[in-house]
Every structure is written in structure tokens, then in C-alpha cells.
Design a protein around this ligand. Structure first.
Ligand code: ARG
Ligand code: ZN
Ligand code: CA
Length: 347
């Protein structure tokens, strides 16, 4: 959020984009809310692992554990949603979004969707966005119109608020810094992930931002004026942490109080397990608007493999021809027919 605020202040283009997107979102989300059940959308993901120690070079298994969590949370398949208090159960939404590691890299070559980059930096700065630039000890983004970039680094700090579990860029920002950053201590469910942030919910929260969700309390730090521009999340004073007990009331939002089990609050991983229908409408709207290009991505189509290129056993003459010009430069004199050089013209 701090990074977002700094960008709003420093970059008029970003501020204008945010306004346009917010208007679009308010209009369209209302329609999306009433529309028929949408199809599942699959988002290609690249995970950039930055490592200054062996431990930070997290395993592919840990990466896959994170993708698995996302595929539960964004398809209303997370078993812990059954803990949602009865009065909020009817509000639970299903984003119908799948995540899959890319199989084709930006050059069209095969990939497992994970890049690994050694670095001298054990700590990255959300203000500088250094993790997103190879020249600054990070790793350059893959094209944001085709990939969701997820960067994982040892420690992530904000110049103002200090240590972060992660941060995201909203739609409407610069391409080079688009995506989500997560500290290794809050990524996936095993390896370097540490309780109480070892259930993969930091990525769920940050990708919520990447799909244009705001914090559930409206970022007014305790006031009751701010809003997340979502109607079915109760007005709430500020962020909750840990694992509150239900109901927890602020801003006269009784009888049910804060929806602190929403992914867009700051509670522990084990205590957040829902998006609302209104939040889902906003995310789906984002995928029809500012992030629509990702739907046409080729990143999940298997890359052509050289080994599978069909080569004829005996090349037909001149089809594989490599032409060699005469010394004079004008006339073709010899041609490679697949086996040897053949004279084709007068010398
Ligand atoms: N940007 C937030 C932070 O760094 C992420 C909070 C995620 N919460 C969680 N339970 N994983 O504090
Ligand atoms: Zn947040
Ligand atoms: Ca609300």
C-alpha cells in the first residue's frame, strides 16, 4: 500500500490510470455480479526465485505448494472455508481463476515456469523495486501481458513500514514492475515458509491486489470513512491481525462485525479463508478490462521441441537448399541438397 501511495504521488499517469480503472470497475462489477456463472480463467505464472543462500533457492516442491493453495483459494476449494461464520457464508464468492506455471518462456522455449537467479542481496526494498531488475540484483519481469510475475526473495522491506510478507502492483502501473513480490518466509506451505504465514495466503492476498482488490478496511487506518468499493464486505475500522474471535465489531458494523476472515484483511494464514461475491465481481471485471490480455497468452501452450520437428529421411532436391552465389555475386552455382554440394549452373 505504501508503495501504491508513493506511486500515486510521484506518477500522474499512474494516478489517472487508477481513476479510469476504478470507474470501469464500479460500473462493470455491478453487471458482473448479476451475470451468469463465468468460465474458469487460467493465468500463466512465472516464479522468479532470487537466492543469496542455499535455503533461499527454494525447491520446486515449495513453488508447487504455493500454486496448489492458489488453485484452492481462487476456486472456492479451500477446505477451511467451512469455518466461515454462518452470517457470512452466503457472501462467499468463487473467482473461478486457475494458476499454472508457464511451459513456454518469452522466447518460445520450454520452461518449468521457474527462474533461479543468484544474488548478493538477502534483502529487497519495495520502494526501489530492486527485486524486479536484473541490474539491481533482482530479475527482470517477463512480459506482463502474458505472465503473472511472482518474485520470491529472502527478506522484503518497505522503507517506511519495515518488514513485509509481500507486496503487489495494482492494474494500471508500469510494465517493468508489474506483479507480486513475496518473502520466502511467507511463500508456499513448506521449506522456508514459517508459521503463522505458512499456508500460502500471502500470495492469495497479493494476487487479490493484482486483480484490483483493495484492503477490506479501505486503508483509512482506523477511520470509518474509507471503503474497498465492495458492497458485501462490512465497513471496518482498520486491519486485524492474529486470529480474532467472531464477532469483532468496529465502525458500528454490528451485529456481525468485521469480516476478518477475508483474504484482504491482515489476519494469520490459518484464519483467512474467503473472498466475497462483490470482490469476485471486481476481480473478474479486471480480467475483462485492464488484465484482459493475459487470457490470450501463449505461455501455457507447449513450446515446439526441436526433437519433434519432422524431417524427411531423404531431402527432396533443393528443398533444404542452401544457396551459394558465384564469386561475382549474381549467379547461383552450387546448391547443398542435403547430402553434398551439387553443381547447378555455369561457372
Ligand atoms: N502486504 C501484507 C504484509 O506484508 C501481506 C499480508 C498477508 N497476510 C497473511 N496472513 N499472509 O503485511
Ligand atoms: Zn495488502
Ligand atoms: Ca466494503
Amino acid at each position: 500500500m505504501e508503495q501504491h501511495t508513493r506511486m500515486l504521488e510521484a506518477e500522474p499517469v499512474y494516478r489517472a490510470n487508477r481513476l479510469t480503472i476504478e470507474r470501469f470497475s464500479l460500473e462493470r462489477a455491478r453487471v458482473a455480479l448479476r451475470a451468469a456463472a463465468p468460465r474458469t480463467i487460467t493465468i500463466p505464472v512465472v516464479v522468479h526465485v532470487l537466492h543469496s543462500t542455499a535455503a533461499e533457492n527454494i525447491s520446486e516442491e515449495q513453488v508447487r505448494s504455493q500454486i496448489a493453495v492458489l488453485n484452492q483459494d481462487f476456486q472456492r476449494k479451500n477446505p477451511d472455508r467451512s469455518q466461515t461464520p454462518a452470517p457470512f457464508r452466503g457472501a462467499i464468492g468463487n473467482p473461478k481463476v486457475r494458476f499454472q506455471l508457464a511451459v513456454r518462456d518469452p522466447n518460445g522455449s520450454p520452461t518449468n515456469g521457474i527462474t533461479r537467479t543468484p544474488t548478493t542481496k538477502p534483502q529487497f526494498d519495495s520502494g526501489a523495486n530492486d527485486i524486479k531488475f536484473t541490474a539491481q540484483g533482482g530479475r527482470d519481469a517477463w512480459p506482463r501481458d502474458r505472465y503473472l510475475n511472482l518474485w520470491v526473495g529472502g527478506t522484503v522491506v518497505d522503507p517506511v513500514v519495515g518488514a513485509l510478507l509481500g507486496y503487489a502492483q495494482f492494474p494500471g502501473g508500469p510494465a517493468a514492475t508489474d506483479g507480486v513480490v513475496i518473502a520466502a518466509t511467507g511463500f508456499g506451505t513448506l521449506g522456508t515458509a514459517q508459521a503463522p504465514f505458512n499456508k500460502g495466503r500471502t500470495a492469495t492476498h497479493e494476487i487479490g491486489h493484482w486483480l484490483n482488490l483493495l484492503h477490506i478496511w479501505g486503508d483509512d487506518n482506523g477511520g470509518c470513512q474509507g471503503s474497498d468499493n465492495v458492497a458485501d464486505t462490512p465497513n471496518q475500522a482498520g486491519p486485524n491481525s492474529g486470529c480474532p474471535s467472531f464477532p469483532h465489531r468496529t465502525c458500528q458494523n454490528g451485529p456481525h462485525g468485521d469480516m476478518f476472515m477475508n483474504y484482504m484483511d491482515y489476519t494469520d494464514d490459518a484464519c483467512m479463508f474467503m473472498f466475497t461475491k462483490g470482490q469476485v465481481a471486481r476481480m473478474r471485471t479486471t480480467l475483462q478490462g485492464p488484465r484482459a490480455t493475459i487470457l490470450a497468452s501463449d505461455a501455457l501452450a507447449p513450446a515446439a521441441r526441436v526433437a519433434r520437428l519432422a524431417l524427411p529421411t531423404r531431402a527432396p532436391k533443393a528443398s533444404l537448399a542452401t544457396l551459394v552465389g558465384a564469386e561475382a555475386g549474381s549467379q547461383v552455382t552450387t546448391v547443398f541438397d542435403g547430402a553434398g554440394w551439387v553443381q547447378v549452373g555455369a561457372r
